[in-house]
Design a protein. Structure first.
Length: 183
């Protein structure tokens, strides 16, 4: 099998998952069990799976300068994901997902975007430079759990290089129609 290179740009989170006996209703406290602390986020999950399938996987995104950054990035590093393209947002927390899983497995997620939502020109420029400098990547996969202007810049950069782009349609209200021909 040919070893492909995949760039994954988007959300990087520390996930906290619990099992509950029933879905939460309004204004109640539920007892939960089986707390799991995981690495998560759409971009992180994509990068992890690409690596597990034996491909070169490069994660691009933002984490905070807190202890949760290691929870988010450590398992990815161990799985062989390149995380050097992840920058730290000074003074901010890493993104956090709180996931409740009832017996029917129809999970409910609350997301605190935190560093995922805090991009500056330097961070976006570094991501675009990484995309520009990539040796024939098979593709760029990205999501809208980061600011739309960063998504736009990354798609435009990939399009100039002829790199195929796959966009996760989560948060469809953020989708800018003029980007569709570049996907």
């Amino acid at each position: 099998m040919e070893r492909l290179t995949l760039l994954s740009l988007g959300s990087i989170n520390a996930d906290f998952q619990v099992r509950v006996d029933e879905p939460p209703g309004g204004r109640e406290t539920l007892l939960a069990h089986d707390l799991c602390r995981l690495s998560g986020g759409k971009a992180s999950n994509t990068a992890y799976l690409a690596s597990r399938f034996g491909h070169n996987s490069i994660l691009l995104g933002r984490v905070g300068d807190d202890e949760l950054a290691e929870q988010a990035l450590g398992p990815l590093r161990e799985a062989g994901v390149e995380v050097e393209g992840v920058s730290r947002a000074s003074g901010l927390s890493t993104g956090v997902s709180m996931i409740m899983v009832p017996p029917d497995a129809k999970k409910q997620i609350v997301l605190a975007a935190n560093a995922n939502d805090c991009w500056d020109e330097a961070a976006a420029g570094a991501v675009c430079a990484r995309i520009e400098g990539s040796e024939t990547p098979a593709g760029l996969v990205l999501d809208y759990e980061i600011p739309a202007w960063v998504v736009r810049r990354a798609i435009e950069t990939a399009a100039r290089r002829g790199i195929p782009v796959v966009l996760d349609p989560s948060f469809p209200d953020r989708l800018e129609r003029d980007l569709l021909p570049m996907l």
